[in-house]
Design a binder for this molecule. Structure first.
Ligand SMILES: [Zn+2]
Length: 383
């Protein structure tokens, strides 16, 4: 069993984490800190402190003994929920019409002609992404970004490049009226080797400044360590499974089947036997689930119930100053709906617990492949 720690960072200076390579004039920022960036910042902090890479460095940053999860925007004392690809809200007013908010995953057995409308204005619904900091009452969480115009820096000389300007988005705080709350980023680091715990704790002492993202020569990307503590246990899987299945029965599911959702909390990079990236042809067995487990299919077509978004993740190797090769992945927020016979319940639950505890696919030590089984939003917000 891995040890799980919650890491909380606080914005100390505006943060620019580029969504794409900086070959374009307008550079957007990510609204999370990817595990890749966190791992890089900690590796840099370690080298500043200890000098050359040693055995501990390799165990911490180059092995599979530590998984650095993505850090999501968060508010103090609140649990951030990722809006999955199945979330819907009023097309015209968005989350300003909170009564329109719902999750559509369990609509699979519903009559496809039965279009849902906003309860407040009657407008049709549309997909919505982002984060909530509370499900009940519904509270969106939107980091605020600001545009900065900067002069480009010549990489070889470290001085201003002539006649080159670019514009980048930086995260500066929260987009809520109550802006006095500092913007936090929170995520889980998993340790499969407990002896590494003390070493990480030394790197993550309270108020330590970590440097993340772009523009650090301009003072951007300073993050303060706010908390590093043992992660609290989520609602037990068996409990979520029961609630999910109760909702699935109400929605019209088959009483002889058991259902579960897989919601990607981070990007998932899977490859087939020929090392080609997996996309739509993914099966439950790619997740390590036993034979007999299948995706649920829509009754009026042969389509599996998969809400998948593909993404190309660019990378940058700071040590070499060179781009890393792109990773093609299924994007965070994608949702898959699986089923098995009632008799398989215990075996499947065992596999699902392992999927949650260890993750799936490649680059797990950089936060890829985190999966939530029966993510509560699917059964609490379906109606
Ligand atoms: Zn509305």
């Amino acid at each position: 069993m891995a040890l799980e720690f919650t890491l909380v960072l606080q914005l100390h200076a505006p943060l620019a984490l580029h969504r794409t390579r900086t070959g374009v004039q307008f550079v957007e920022t990510l609204d999370i800190i990817p595990g890749t960036a966190l791992r890089g910042a900690l590796a840099e902090a370690y080298l500043t402190k200890h000098g050359a890479p040693d055995g501990t460095f390799r165990a911490l940053f180059l092995s599979d003994q530590v998984q650095y999860g993505d850090l999501w925007p968060a508010l103090e004392g609140k649990q951030t929920t990722l809006l999955p690809a199945t979330a819907q809200v009023c097309k015209r007013y968005g989350l300003k019409h909170p009564a329109s908010f719902r999750d559509a995953l369990l609509d699979v057995w519903a009559d496809s002609g039965d279009d849902k409308k906003c309860r407040e204005c009657g407008e049709s619904l549309d997909r919505v992404g982002g984060y909530l900091c509370s499900l009940n009452p519904l509270e969106p969480l939107s980091p605020r970004s600001r545009l900065r115009v900067s002069t480009a820096i010549e990489r070889s000389t470290g001085t201003v490049a002539r006649e080159m300007l670019f514009t980048q988005h930086t995260l500066v705080g929260l987009g809520t009226p109550d802006d006095k709350q500092p913007l936090l980023f929170q995520g889980v680091v998993r340790l499969f080797d407990p002896t590494l715990q003390s070493e990480l704790m030394r790197l993550l002492q309270s108020n330590t400044i970590l440097f993340l993202g772009a523009g650090r020569s301009r003072g951007l990307g300073q993050m303060k360590v706010k908390a590093w503590s043992e992660a609290s246990a989520p609602e037990p899987l068996a409990e979520r499974w029961n609630q999910f299945n109760a909702a699935a029965q109400r929605a019209g599911g088959d009483a002889s089947k058991r259902y579960f959702s897989l919601t990607l909390l981070s990007h998932l990079a899977l490859r087939d036997n020929l090392l080609r990236p997996m996309q739509g042809e993914i099966t439950p067995q790619h997740f390590g689930l036993p034979e007999g487990v299948t995706w649920v299919r829509y009754s009026d077509s042969d389509q599996s119930v998969l809400f998948l978004n593909a993404i190309t993740v660019p990378g940058w190797n700071t040590a070499l100053g060179l781009p890393k090769s792109d990773t093609v992945a299924l994007a965070r927020g994608s949702v898959l709906l699986g089923q098995c016979d009632a008799g398989q319940e215990q075996a499947v639950l065992g596999c699902l617990a392992q999927i949650e505890a260890e993750g799936v696919g490649e680059r797990r030590n950089e936060g890829f492949g985190r999966v939530a089984v029966c993510y509560p939003i699917h059964y609490t917000c379906w109606r």
